[in-house]
Design a protein around this ligand. Structure first.
Ligand code: KG4
Ligand code: ZN
Length: 346
């Protein structure tokens, strides 16, 4: 396939439907967001305690056209001004992905512009660049979401090395499962974060798994430790006890994430780091990374809260950068062996 070409300021429509957010955005390059619309389906899934794939696909079908229309209108652009359409092709729920990819392909055909298939994880890597034109590569990125937890060396668009990743649960998944044990609903991250603010992070000493073992993570032992604590002691009997448990759990996650991110940043000697993905909204993680940046003397960039979780601005930015770099559309960047070459090497 021929590489595509795109001017630096050409408007790109991004579409994201990999899980329970229906999102569309118009961006110019990696850092100018003209519009970003995210319609969350959380209310539809909350009573099931997690995302129900069939409900998600049907909701995307209903929501996508109005969400795209709103993104175009708030960008103040006519659809004929869009230079390319990017959409998440994976990883994600297959039925949900199909809705976004089909819509994006249809629009690209009608408008006569290129379609760019975007890897969802690659797009998260670019979240901190949105609205931050000063941020330059190479970077070490801590990517923490509901489905993935990894440390990536980001050298240039399309050139990434996964330094470490979780061997079992993702950090966000651990937040969601612990919240479920505590009857706090879905998604668990934001509610645990809020409760943890009033708790004592040293009240309960939960394990910090694989702390001295390279860049890989494991969160399933921590999750089990919390479940056993609740089994043995019962549900927290007061709001303070609940806050203490949340703070202690969150501290265990944050300690491991920050220790490994610092180790990787030192080893690969990057002047700057970013933290991205849904869990990068966590106030404890942001505070601990800010303290680490001050202590170790590196620049820390975190996305605005609206770009931490799933959104389409990051999809548009990834599509624009791939095209500007002359990369082939739709290459499975995170599936190639080259990316894995430095995995786990401390
Ligand atoms: O990036 P994202 O929106 O979707 C995936 O690609 O997975 O991440 C969603 C995850 C959920 O597990 C959610 O609980 C977590 O991000 N999350 C948080 C916070 N806000 C969202 N975790 C901890 N603290 C938060 N404030
Ligand atoms: Zn995501």
């Amino acid at each position: 396939m021929e590489p595509l070409e795109l001017a630096a300021d050409a408007p790109v429509l991004g579409i994201e439907t990999s899980c329970d957010e229906t999102a569309a955005a118009v961006v110019c390059g990696a850092s100018t967001v003209l519009s970003s619309v995210v319609s969350s389906q959380i209310d539809l899934h909350a009573r099931f305690g997690g995302v129900v794939p069939e409900i998600a696909s049907r909701a995307h079908l209903d929501l996508l056209v109005p969400v795209v229309a709103e993104a175009l209108v708030s960008a103040g652009l006519d659809d004929r001004e869009i230079a390319a359409v990017g959409a998440t092709y994976g990883p994600g729920l297959i039925g949900s992905l199909l809705i976004g990819v089909s819509a994006a392909k249809a629009l690209s055909m009608v408008w006569g512009v290129p379609f760019v298939a975007v890897n969802h994880m690659e797009a998260h890597l670019y979240a901190a660049l949105l609205e931050n034109p000063g941020l330059e590569l190479p970077l070490v990125v801590l990517l923490v979401s509901g489905g993935h937890t990894m440390i990536v060396e980001m050298r240039a668009p399309g050139r990434y090395r996964i330094l470490g990743r979780t061997l079992d649960d993702a950090a966000g998944e651990a937040f969601d499962k612990v919240a479920r044990y505590l009857g706090l609903g879905y998604p668990g991250g934001p509610v645990i974060d809020r409760l943890a603010n009033d708790g004592d992070p040293e009240a309960i000493r939960f394990p910090r798994s694989m702390l001295d073992e390279g860049y890989d993570f494991s969160f399933s032992g921590l999750k089990t430790a919390v479940a056993m604590h609740i089994d043995q002691r019962g549900q927290p009997g007061s709001r303070q006890a609940l806050a203490d448990l949340c703070a202690s759990f969150q501290a265990a996650v944050v300690d491991v994430l920050v220790a490994k991110a610092r180790l990787a940043r030192r080893k690969f000697d990057c002047a700057a780091m970013t933290v991205v993905g849904g869990v990068s909204a966590n106030s404890g993680l942001r505070a601990a990374m800010t303290a680490a940046a001050a202590a170790d003397g590196f620049e820390l960039w975190t996305p605005a809260l609206r770009y931490c979780g799933d959104n389409a601005a990051m999809i548009g930015a990834a599509a624009a950068l791939r095209m500007q770099a002359g990369l082939e559309p739709g290459v499975q960047v995170f599936a190639s062996g080259a990316i894995d070459e430095a995995r786990g090497a401390a």
